[in-house]
Design a protein around this ligand. Structure first.
Ligand SMILES: [Mg+2]
Length: 237
């Protein structure tokens, strides 16, 4: 059963917060528009298919690559489908949105001396576009794309490389993501504190993450953190 209680996190133990980008910091609706709307319609027109057939072909092709680095590579799929995904992302840029409460949580975390790491499977050019649109980069000590590291977050090699690059202590790190396979890889590496985003796409219903505590919103997370640390100050005096 999924637990929905960020208040149960051991906040005094947490030194570093590692956050995913798409679906966690940012509303996944943008990616839904790119991959499930603009790509199929453009590909259908180019390949002379009807829209349901184009959707099915894209879905089957993407499913076979799920969990690998090429799955997240815009250059790979742009060439494969003969559709410029960078141009599509640029055209739809007005739909890039930061989830409510993210900025306040990041500001609070910085003010409390927590190290902040953005760790994403997003393609470096997509990452750069989204950072430029949102201004989020200034909030982070490290911004890391999986692509130059040569392994996606689903694989142990990513976590070893992230650890080498940032020096985070897994036992004192909170990791937040909307992908269960990625959370499992972080857990296997030893990351002690994990939260699964329950509503990565504001246009879709909540997801079940039976193996992880669920994060409903960053507003709830910030309130829980403030309560936990406030209570700690009151009881340790
Ligand atoms: Mg994500």
């Amino acid at each position: 059963m999924s637990a929905t209680c960020p208040a149960s996190l051991d906040w005094p133990a947490i030194q570093t917060v590692v956050l995913d980008m798409d679906g966690t910091l940012l509303d996944l609706h943008f990616d839904d528009l790119v991959w499930n709307d603009a790509l199929p319609s453009t590909y259908a027109a180019r390949a002379g298919l009807d829209l349901p057939e184009a959707r099915a072909r894209i879905r089957d092709t993407l499913d076979r690559a799920r969990g690998t680095l090429p799955f997240y590579c815009l250059d790979h799929w742009s060439a494969y489908f003969d559709v410029d995904l960078h141009a599509i992302e640029t055209r739809l840029a007005a739909h890039v949105r930061v989830h409510p409460g993210v900025q306040a949580f990041l500001d609070w975390a910085r003010a409390h001396g927590l190290a902040l790491v953005l760790a994403t499977n997003a393609h470096p050019r997509s990452l750069a576009r989204k950072l430029a649109l949102t201004g989020l980069e200034a909030c982070f000590d490290h911004v890391v794309s999986a692509h130059p590291l040569g392994a996606p977050k689903e694989q142990a090699a990513f976590w070893r490389a992230l650890h080498e690059r940032t020096g985070f202590d897994p036992a004192r790190t909170l990791f937040i993501d909307d992908n269960a396979a990625v959370l499992a890889a972080a857990r296997a590496f030893g990351v002690a504190h994990l939260l699964a985003v329950s509503r990565p796409d504001s246009h879709q219903g909540p997801l079940e993450h039976p193996d992880y505590h669920s994060l409903e919103s960053f507003e709830v997370l910030l309130a829980a953190a403030q309560d936990a640390l406030g209570q700690r100050a009151a009881t340790s005096s």
